[in-house]
Design a protein around this ligand. Structure first.
Ligand code: FMN
Length: 217
């Protein structure tokens, strides 16, 4: 049975990233009627920051609590299992202060552990789940733009996901969402509108086709 791990992180209920990830998940469900969607809303249910027991367990005294695992270690293991056992990861995140929201960082801190999601000796990741990562930001950080160097959202997520083995990543990025839609700068408004339209088109291209409608991905 196919499994989609769908993660939202925007604090806004009608957010851009939620609309795009929701559309992908809908289409995925239609293509995999018997499949399972595991859903995590990091804004509603944020993962706690790491505790000493977790860091000791995973880093300093690996396995020392094997028979008496603290609840937070069990929680990390659940998150690791979710991402490793999924056939597809769908991660949606707005830009907050040039980076993903801290809830996404907290989720990553739970899943990036030696021996579980990467092998520090062989220096390779252990997760091979393909990912669609939906991002949005109020400004523009495209190559050549004045703020290019401030993008610690897409660049960081690409690197950390690749580090744990998730190398098949499709990014869908909406830019300029904070552009004043009634403002006088028509050129900028058009760029913003096109960025959103392109993202919806890309979601439709990336999401699997329903059964009987050609190839399923
Ligand atoms: C706390 C906060 C910080 C933000 N920081 C940035 C930023 O550094 N750069 C940027 O371009 N937009 C920034 N924005 C704007 C959001 O990235 C933008 O509105 C995005 O489209 C929100 O996505 P969502 O609708 O999925 O929440 C910020 C918004 C908030 C609420």
């Amino acid at each position: 049975m196919k499994k989609l791990l769908h993660i939202d992180s925007s604090p806004r209920k009608s957010s851009t990233t939620r609309q795009l990830s929701g559309r992908y998940a809908e289409r995925w469900k239609r293509a995999h009627p018997t499949g399972t969607v595991v859903y995590r809303d990091l804004a509603v249910d944020p993962p706690p920051h790491l505790s000493e027991a977790q860091v000791d367990h995973f880093c300093y005294e690996p396995g020392s609590h094997a028979h008496d695992k603290p609840a937070e270690v069990v929680f990390s293991e659940r998150l690791i299992d979710e991402v490793r056992s999924a056939d597809q990861l769908l991660l949606a995140a707005p830009m907050h202060n040039f980076a993903p929201p801290s809830t996404v960082k907290a989720w990553l801190d739970h899943i990036v552990w030696a021996g579980h999601t990467y092998d520090p000796v062989a220096r390779r990741g252990l997760v091979d789940t393909p990912a669609v990562v939906v991002l949005s930001r109020g400004g523009s950080y495209r190559p050549g733009s004045p703020r290019e160097d401030f993008d610690f959202q897409e660049r960081y997520l690409r690197k950390i996901l690749e580090f744990i083995g998730i190398v098949a990543i499709e990014f869908v990025v909406v830019e300029l969402t904070m552009v004043n839609t009634t403002g006088p700068d028509t050129a900028l408004r058009e760029l913003a509108e096109r960025s959103l339209e392109d993202a919806f088109t890309r979601i439709d291209e990336l999401s699997p086709q329903p059964p009987g409608n050609g190839v399923t991905r």
